[in-house]
Write a protein that binds this ligand. Structure first.
Ligand code: KPL
Length: 326
């Protein structure tokens, strides 16, 4: 009976939720569409460019593993070009940070007025250092580390292709909130079909995703291929050796990672499950946008230098990707 009452309470709370999504890249748009499809009170999406305008005019169309359209009137689109939406002050229950690594600080600062004392922040941007920055700014009691292994890309403005089914992992980071306080967001993601998973160790969670991104993203971006192309044994070995360089730095920082063998099988699994996906760095390169290399391979190299460890592969990839950007 007690359990039943708890479930009912959670369902009722979910019905009254206000959610904000900062950053409508492929992942932010997928989360926004799936949550809207499930239904919350208000969903505020901060977006920019042609994709933002298309969503404001016609909503979001999801294709790939699922197929549905969310009408523009079901969402509030805050267009970066127009300014940050000023409604819903102190009314946002869950704030998802899904923007590019380079935008985390500026969007975090703009969104502070949306939060109240119970709001929770889910930090999903790729790379190292964001959770710490968000905890400093929003207060540690509000912030969860998170990572996503769903694959998604945007074939055209207003459209998101859900190319690979994965999970959204939510984790406790240091003194941050724990599982009990994550139940609302876990339930929302579960009802929305986004497979949430809880992870006690948020640092491990962040590093585990970073290890996948440093191994897959720059290589796929340089070749210009779908992730699945990296399953060829010579390329997979290259990706693995890049990842293991990063894993050695994480272990130096006492992050409790599994064995190299397990890391390799996880890498294989993620490349396979996102094999039809064009990774985010390739999408950035193709569109002439700046990439997240600074928060991925470059930060690994910088930390390695601190510990006197060589990371030649990560170093080379950093230089190559940065030369495309410059
Ligand atoms: O996170 C990703 C990305 O593209 O940034 C992966 C998991 C590599 C999926 O493409």
């Amino acid at each position: 009976m007690a359990k039943y009452t708890f479930i009912l309470e959670v369902i009722c709370e979910v019905d009254k939720l206000n959610v904000a999504i900062l950053g409508a890249g492929s992942i932010g748009s997928l989360i926004a569409a799936k949550i809207s499809n499930y239904g919350v009170d208000n969903i505020l999406i901060h977006a920019r460019g042609e994709h933002g305008s298309a969503m404001a005019l016609n909503g979001i169309e999801v294709e790939g593993l699922d197929s549905f359209t969310i009408k523009d009137e079901s969402m509030i689109i805050s267009l970066d070009e127009v300014g940050f939406y000023t409604g819903l002050e102190k009314q946002i229950d869950i704030l998802f940070i899904t923007c590019k690594a380079n935008d985390v600080v500026s969007l975090m600062e703009k969104s502070i007025n949306l939060l109240n004392e119970n709001s929770k922040v889910i930090c999903l941007s790729n790379g190292l250092g964001h959770v710490e920055v968000c905890m400093d700014f929003f207060g540690p009691h509000r912030v969860f580390a998170a990572s996503i292994s769903h694959g998604a890309w945007r074939p055209a403005p207003g459209i998101v292709n859900w190319a690979g089914r994965g999970n959204i992992s939510i984790g406790q980071f240091g003194e941050g909130p724990g599982l009990n306080e994550a139940k609302l967001v876990m339930n929302l993601l579960s009802e929305s079909g986004l497979n949430p998973k809880w992870e006690d160790d948020g640092r491990k969670l962040v590093w585990s995703k970073v290890l996948l991104n440093i191994a897959i993203n720059p290589v796929a971006a340089l070749i210009g291929c779908e992730n699945g192309f990296l399953l060829q044994s010579n390329l997979f070995e290259l990706c693995s050796s890049i990842m293991i360089e990063g894993a050695n730095i994480a272990r130096q920082e006492r992050v409790n990672l599994p064995s190299d063998e397990e890391l390799n099988s996880r890498l294989h699994e993620v490349i396979k499950s996102t094999s039809n996906n064009f990774c985010s760095m390739l999408q950035d390169v193709k569109k002439g946008r700046s990439t997240e290399i600074e928060f991925l391979n470059q930060v690994v190299v910088q930390r390695a230098e601190r510990y006197g460890i060589a990371t030649p592969r990560n170093n080379m990839l950093t230089e190559l990707i940065k030369s495309i950007n410059s």
